[in-house]
Design a protein around this ligand. Structure first.
Ligand code: ZN
Length: 236
């Protein structure tokens, strides 16, 4: 592997998916940095989870600790000023008939990967890792494999670079994402994901066996369903 291809920058929000992607990258690459975005989320609880997860990985996974390098946080509050999403404004979380969910933030993943590439370019990092997924699809067009493959081409042409956009969860169900976490880091990583990561759209931290959250919003529902399916599937 060339030097730049052995270095990864993980889009890391502190949620279940990006934490699983971080473990995936730490298992594979010698040098792994993390990047988070403060885009005016309704709840700072998601950003607080980032620090907890990074600290827990350093403490509980010595084989990964040496590979886990700098963490970056970029303020992209411009997104909240461009339009109203239920993730950045107090409006109902719903999916109108034939439309996109109100939690969709137009251009978010395209902007995030573009900023990630700009950061990685100067740091000699060749792999850009994101937790986007088309299988348990929340209906976000910027999570699609085709969107991200097209973006990889645009980034490489536009920055005269050789980035590889990695999306290890793209074709996994939520149950398979839990199984991947267990494969990568055993029960210890599953416990870390359950206890420390944050997914709930409402910013609630009520404890459940699948993690902390309101238990009712679409993000909680997806996470709880996947956890239950994974647990049911691994019983003898
Ligand atoms: Zn919730």
């Amino acid at each position: 592997m060339t030097d730049t291809q052995d270095k990864a920058l993980v889009l890391f929000s502190g949620g279940q998916d990006s934490t699983t992607c971080l473990a995936w990258a730490l298992e594979r690459f010698a040098h792994v940095e993390t990047l988070g975005f403060d885009y005016g989320q309704r709840h700072a609880v998601e950003l607080a989870a980032r620090g907890r997860v990074l600290a827990a990985i350093r403490e509980r996974f010595p084989r990964w600790a040496g590979r886990l390098k700098d963490d970056h946080l970029l303020v992209t509050d411009v997104l909240a000023r461009l339009g109203e999403s239920a993730l950045t404004h107090a409006k109902p979380i719903e999916t109108p008939e034939g439309g996109l969910p109100t939690t969709f933030v137009p251009g978010r993943n395209i902007l995030f990967f573009t900023l990630a590439a700009a950061l990685a370019h100067g740091r000699g990092i060749g792999r850009l890792v994101g937790g986007m997924c088309e299988t348990d699809f929340s209906g976000y067009p910027d999570c699609r494999d085709d969107t991200l493959k097209a973006l990889q081409v645009a980034l490489n042409l536009g920055m005269e670079a050789r980035f590889v956009v990695e999306t290890p969860l793209m074709w996994l169900t939520k149950a398979q994402s839990w199984a991947l976490a267990e494969d990568l880091g055993g029960e210890a990583l599953v416990r870390l994901v359950v206890e420390e990561t944050h997914t709930c759209y409402l910013g609630e931290r009520t404890p459940h066996d699948w993690g902390a959250g309101c238990g009712a919003c679409p993000a909680c529902a997806l996470r709880a369903k996947g956890f239950a399916e994974w647990r049911a599937g691994r019983r003898p």
